[in-house]
Design a protein around this ligand. Structure first.
Ligand code: AMP
Ligand code: MG
Length: 406
């Protein structure tokens, strides 16, 4: 029997065991939403291609204006967005120019029209300007050859817009992975299939939860259904999914009770155990094994444990297989708005919290109000998880803790 390890150690083992599958495909930019870029994407153009006006007004040579501040300039034409003025300006000449119009040769700044004194075809400026005033330089948004999307970046709405702005219609993205999901437990009833629970049965909620967590990352779910609390049935289910999928996840039957068969079923099919039992709450009975580069997670049955273990172990491993980055867990730490009661050096705890603003304008973490590894409703409405580190004992309100966004 493996001994209980720290969750950080479990993550290290996973990161060190699995490697990226490196499968990519070309998709249209519109289909790329939510996908991960498979290569750096560079801009094939300068955007804007030329300097253009940032306001409606009169464009002029800054140097000429500085030398002749009171000069009465002649308005020799207009330039609008999409309708350039194609001749160079001479000394003492200006254009009436509109936002987005190309700056003509001979002008390098624009005075907003509200500030100009216009009389017929002549205009005077209220003050001098520096070169570049109210102009957008060529390449301000994108420069030719500039990397606009990095390999490994997830393509969201701003990225798709960036691709469109650069005139890029196709991108290479990482191919989605296939993830097999099973629930195990004699008490489970498949509400998804319209089944009705008999006495002592409960609806399976872990499979729907895992379906969504996996699909949300853009991957393909392979439904392994509900498997009875029986070692052989479970072994069969694992073996068949491991052949067909890039990752397998089960929930339930992960502990060491009479009716917990995940660990032994995996050993029966020759899967190599990576760890089993982690010093964390919820999720202690979690285990992971592998057949070659196919990870097999056997998660506990309690729904909140499933969620937390997915966040800590499953999704980071999936990201490693998919685009070679084992996801980091924390991006910030926040103060608690409550006192903590905990035994030090026993387990790391992950509690569901909501964020709130104090009167001083600081963000604090407040307890969700519901807790318990089986209490699914402690996840709905939670903003994230506060980690109470392994070493931490009881601590006062205001203690800063790592925050994990949900
Ligand atoms: P187990 O890890 O199999 O001992 O299950 C722990 C608890 O989680 C038990 O109360 C189970 O009934 C419950 N449970 C197990 N699997 C599921 C599931 N798929 N959906 C909802 N609850 C589950
Ligand atoms: Mg069970």
């Amino acid at each position: 029997m493996s001994s209980e390890i720290r969750y950080e150690e479990a993550r290290k083992i996973l990161n060190n065991t699995f490697s990226c599958l490196n499968a990519s495909k070309i998709v249209s930019a519109n289909e790329a939403f939510g996908c991960v870029a498979a290569e750096d994407i560079t801009s094939p153009l300068n955007l804007p291609a030329t300097a253009n006006a940032a306001v409606d007004g009169y464009c002029v040579s800054a140097a000429f204006l500085q030398a002749n501040p009171d000069y009465e300039f002649e308005i020799v034409g207009t330039a609008k967005a999409g309708h350039p003025y194609n001749k160079p300006l001479g000394d003492g000449e200006v254009l009436w120019i509109f936002t987005g119009a190309i700056m003509p040769e001979g002008a390098d700044c624009v005075m907003m029209q509200e500030y100009c004194d216009v009389s017929g075809a002549m205009v005077t400026f209220p003050n001098v300007m520096n070169s570049g005033k109210n102009c957008r330089p060529a390449g301000e948004n994108l420069a030719l050859g500039e990397v606009i999307i990095l390999k490994g970046e997830r393509l969201l709405a701003p990225h798709i817009a960036q691709l469109a702005a650069a005139g890029i219609s196709q991108v290479k993205v990482m191919s989605p992975l296939r993830v097999g999901i099973i629930s195990t437990g004699d008490e489970l009833c498949d509400g998804l299939e319209g089944a009705y629970p008999k006495e002592g049965q409960i609806y399976d909620s872990n499979r729907p939860l895992l379906f969504q967590l996996i699909a949300q990352e853009g991957h393909i779910v392979v439904d392994g259904g509900i498997v009875k609390d029986d070692r052989d049935s479970l072994a069969k289910a694992y073996a068949s999914l491991a052949k067909e999928c890039d990752m397998v996840i089960s929930s339930g039957g992960a502990s060491q009770g009479q009716e917990d068969h995940a660990k032994n079923a995996l050993s029966n099919i020759g899967a190599v155990e990576l760890f089993w039992r982690v010093a964390m709450k919820p999720g202690r009975p979690v285990g992971a094994a592998h057949i070659g580069n196919v990870p097999i997670f056997f998660l506990p049955g309690n729904p909140v444990a499933v969620y937390v273990c997915t966040k800590l172990f499953v999704l980071p491993t999936l990201a490693k297989l998919h685009h070679s980055v084992f996801t980091t867990l924390h991006t910030m730490s926040l103060a608690t708005g409550f006192a903590i009661e905990k035994k030090p050096n026993e387990r790391a705890e992950f509690i569901r919290v909501k964020l709130a603003l104090t009167n001083e304008g600081d963000t604090v973490m407040l307890p969700h109000g519901r807790k318990g590894a089986g209490v699914l409703s402690s996840l709905t409405g939670a903003d994230g998880l506060a980690e109470l580190p392994y070493e931490l004992g009881s601590a006062p309100e205001g203690t800063k803790l790592p925050f994990i966004k949900l």
